[in-house]
Design a protein around this ligand. Structure first.
Ligand code: HEM
Length: 448
């Protein structure tokens, strides 16, 4: 959004009906079908086989070539829908949250109301400010190492050891065992050791999330939601030392904070952290030079230094660049906004498609290769929007915590053993990396 003086009068460019249909079919529908609130594994597998994410990026490139780099309105009857096509406009939208670009878009409110109606992400005004502050304080946003880092990394190590035992007895490391172990770790980190085996809690949330995938098309399951929150509140009330629940108990709250609803969001958001970690393991298993760097870092850090493994954190971020787990970053305008190319009405839904910016091979020489160095030195990104955790005032408050836990998990799995993909053809380091990587079907051989 440029200064209002430079703004061109009249509406923004509008896509033809044909281009709108193509954008909806190739970009919007595959993103929704994979499951926005909880993934549908079969659709993720199909997306990899059919190369749907690569096709979506190419469609975005064609739209930019045809209509120019400014925001483009889609021709959807009864709805103001804009898509963002330039890096500058991504920054403008993200930097100007929550006004005039509110993160609490209608789609997100409809989906997340099923499970966490008072979450920061779908709140507005002073309530949002209070809930956002609470999230930042408890998650130590902006601090590379959380105040409980030492304890959390020890928990990761314990769960990784148990996972390695299971993998050893099965003869392979596969997703089901990995995700079970990740969830043990997450429940311990968030609620404490007593919650480690409370799979019912995670299952209840999974059912609410499945309803959330259907947004306003599905009635809310209020009974299930009440039971979920009763159980969650019970865990939080223990404020178990060494967990985020203890940090919550020591953090100022108002009548509006709704801590349990913020925590529900964390549980839901830890899932993609596991996916990114498993995919990063696949990248390292297929790139021996980078795996060597990782081992040298692990060796030099020793068990004490696992809180801050710069290179392995970069591998988690790179996994999220290549396969962003929040591909659609959505905003809604709270007033009319003016741009170089025209005016965008109030209540426009603004769509930023992260894979387009992360994999734009017309502009990025590294688009389809494993390049963790991009994250070791922010300058190498040259202001280009690599936004796995979004950006601006509504950036993910766990952008440090997730790489800390993921890198500690990678270190525990790689330390002292060789890790190989069972199906090495899935990732060929000499070829462009696939647009989608189905984490559910990755399997690894582990050798001491
Ligand atoms: C790989 C893991 C994760 C990724 C890629 C991720 C990414 C994101 C993104 C892109 C947003 C912005 C969404 C939007 O603007 O619509 C966001 C928001 C948020 N994330 Fe994460 N996230 C992850 C994990 C987590 C975890 C584990 C937590 C909590 C422990 C968390 C807490 C939040 C919260 C509270 C918000 C809302 C912020 C606000 O209201 O301003 N995230 N995250």
């Amino acid at each position: 959004m440029s200064a209002d003086i430079a703004a061109k009068p009249g509406p923004l460019p509008r896509a033809s009906l044909r281009d709108t249909l193509a954008a909806v079919a190739e970009i919007v529908l595959p993103t929704i079908s994979k499951g926005v609130i909880i993934r549908r594994p079969r659709v993720v597998g199909l997306a990899e086989r059919l190369g749907l994410d690569g096709r979506a990026v190419r469609r975005m490139q064609r739209l930019r070539a045809k209509y120019g780099p400014g925001p483009l309105m889609l021709a959807i009857p009864g709805r103001n829908q804009a898509i963002i096509l330039s890096p500058e406009d991504v920054h403008t939208v993200l930097d100007n949250a929550p006004e005039p670009f509110s993160p609490a878009s209608a789609e997100k409110r409809a989906a997340l109301a099923h499970l966490e109606p008072h979450a920061s992400l779908i709140s507005r005004g002073p309530k949002r400010d209070d809930r956002r502050r609470f999230n930042e304080q408890v998650l130590d946003s902006g601090c590379p190492v959380h105040r409980m880092g030492e304890r959390f990394v020890a928990v990761v190590g314990e769960e990784a050891r148990a996972l390695l035992k299971t993998a050893g007895s099965r003869g392979e490391l596969a997703w089901d065992d990995f995700t079970a172990s990740w969830q043990h770790m997450v429940r311990r980190v968030v609620l404490g050791d007593a919650a480690r085996d409370d799979e019912d809690l995670t299952d209840m949330l999974a059912r609410l999330r499945a309803a959330g995938n259907w947004a306003f098309l599905r009635p809310q399951r209020k009974g299930l939601r009440d039971r979920f929150y009763e159980r969650l509140e019970g865990h939080l009330a223990r404020a178990e030392p060494g967990s985020l629940a203890a940090v919550i108990a020591a953090t100022p709250q108002t009548a509006d904070t709704a801590p349990a609803h913020q925590v529900a969001h964390w549980f839901f958001a830890f899932d993609p952290g596991g996916m990114a970690t498993f995919r990063a393991l696949a990248l390292l298993a297929s790139h021996p030079d980078q795996a060597g760097r990782a081992r040298r870092e692990i060796g030099a850090a020793g068990p004490e230094g696992r809180r801050d493994l710069t290179f392995l954190r970069a591998c988690i971020l790179e996994s999220l660049r290549l396969w962003p787990t929040t591909p659609a970053v959505l905003r809604e305008t709270t007033r009319e906004t003016r741009w170089d190319t025209g005016t965008m009405p109030k209540n426009t839904s603004v769509f930023i498609f992260a894979p387009f910016f992360h994999r734009d091979d017309e502009n990025l020489p590294y688009a389809h290769s494993f390049s963790p160095d991009l994250w070791m030195d922010g300058v190498r990104q040259g202001g280009w929007p690599l936004i796995p955790f979004s950006g601006g005032p509504a950036i993910c408050p766990a952008r440090d915590l997730v790489p800390m836990l993921g890198s500690a998990m990678l270190a525990a799995l790689l330390d002292g053993r060789q890790v190989a993909l069972k199906d090495p053809a899935r990732i060929d380091p000499g070829a462009p990396l696939p647009g989608t990587l189905d984490n559910y079907t990755l399997r690894f051989d582990l050798r001491d």
